[in-house]
Design a protein around this ligand. Structure first.
Ligand code: FMN
Length: 360
């Protein structure tokens, strides 16, 4: 087994900086390639892509770079029948719609759980394309599935939000674990039942996970500069996965209104919410989240709610209305500055070196 210190080298990655997979638009092949080319590890967020779209995106990354990169998938979940909650939610979303065309789009949504067959097809594509790193979130596959991915030559990483989840991921054979703290932007990767008043921050989570598992740990959540990077390495991580900062990068496919909100709505702060997708996720506060909270409605679980709110989110994206988009972002978002991803990696490396020299 590769020692933890040689792990990044064994992946062909120069710096301990991973660009988080960001499904739903932000992680373009251009962003992935720019980060990997600059010596970090870029990740394609394939969670919402079809098998064909996944193949096209992987091939596009390969046109842009020869450096290693990763692909991230969502593990499908079983969902209880929530017919009443879906009907009530649809009626409420209809009331929020500005015009009849949008109301009709909402009426036409018939949400259903993620198909296990489609997921299997997507994984087949990822294995055929011989992607060097596979990461996943929202679950913990059986050991034989992980063994299959590893047998295809991939380094496999799962997402944990507690030390117990990290131990479960190591147990099923993961090569590394992403420790996602409370500060993190986007959806939480939680897969074991937990008390949500006890969510653990990155500073407390990373050392506990590093003590609990033997495999390398990647810290995620709230890291926005060289100080945070060095701190995570000191806490026992081998690398840091940053999402929010890379959202603001020139190559990120985030909607322009989303990028503007990230850079200008600095006093709004973030909140953990189920409003948009049915799964707990951190984003910048906006009118949609506030209105949903006031409604007092039961929110159907992911991916049902995600499908139900899609027409409203799509219409908001088309008109640049950031009050009705999901503005996923971590607690450190006010520190983000827009720049090309290559410059961001270089800046982070320089900051890291400066901080290290101050500590010695
Ligand atoms: C816009 C956005 C989308 C995300 N999408 C994914 C995803 O598709 N898969 C995943 O494993 N994590 C996803 N995450 C979570 C990241 O992997 C990571 O935990 C998080 O970005 C770290 O916190 P930070 O945003 O403060 O850097 C996403 C985060 C953001 C901000």
């Amino acid at each position: 087994m590769t020692s933890k210190s040689d792990w990044l080298k064994s992946l062909g990655v120069r710096y301990p900086i991973f660009c988080a997979p960001m499904a739903g638009g932000p992680s373009t092949p251009e962003l992935v390639a720019a980060v990997s080319d600059a010596g970090g590890l870029g990740f394609l967020g394939a969670g919402y892509l079809s098998p064909d779209e996944t193949r096209r995106a992987i091939r596009r990354v390969r046109v842009l770079t020869q450096a290693p990169f990763g692909v991230n998938v969502f593990i499908p979940e079983t969902v209880a029948d929530e017919r009443d909650a879906v009907i009530a939610m649809k009626a409420w979303l209809r009331e929020q719609a500005r015009d009849d065309a949008l109301k009709a789009e909402i009426d036409a949504v018939h949400p259903h759980p993620t198909s296990a067959e489609t997921f299997a097809e997507q994984m087949q594509v990822i294995l055929e394309e011989q992607v060097p790193v596979i990461s996943f979130t929202f679950g913990c596959p059986e050991p034989d599935i992980i063994a299959k991915w590893k047998a295809a030559g991939a380094c496999v990483m799962g997402t944990a939000t507690t030390p117990d989840e990290a131990a479960a991921l190591e147990q099923v054979g993961c090569d590394a674990v992403v420790a996602q703290g409370y500060e993190a932007g986007g959806h939480r990767g939680t897969f074991l039942a937990m008390d949500e008043t006890r969510l653990i921050g990155t500073m407390a989570l990373v050392p506990q996970v590093a003590d609990r598992v033997r495999v390398p740990v990647i810290a995620a959540g709230g890291v926005m500069d060289g100080r945070g990077l060095v701190a995570c390495l000191a806490l026992g991580a081998q690398a840091v996965q940053m999402g929010t900062y890379f959202l603001a990068a020139a190559e990120s496919g985030a909607n322009p209104a989303y990028k503007k909100a990230l850079l200008e709505w600095r006093d709004r702060g973030t909140i953990l919410t189920r409003s948009f997708s049915g799964k707990l996720a951190r984003g910048i506060r906006n009118d949609f989240i506030e209105a949903m909270a006031r409604s007092g409605l039961d929110i159907p679980p992911y991916p049902l709610q995600n499908a139900l709110t899609q027409p409203i989110r799509r219409a908001a994206a088309a008109t640049g209305d950031a009050e009705h988009m999901s503005l996923w972002a971590g607690q450190g978002y006010a520190m983000a500055k827009p720049m090309p991803a290559r410059d961001l990696v270089r800046t982070l490396v320089e900051e890291m070196e400066r901080v290290k020299s101050l500590l010695c």
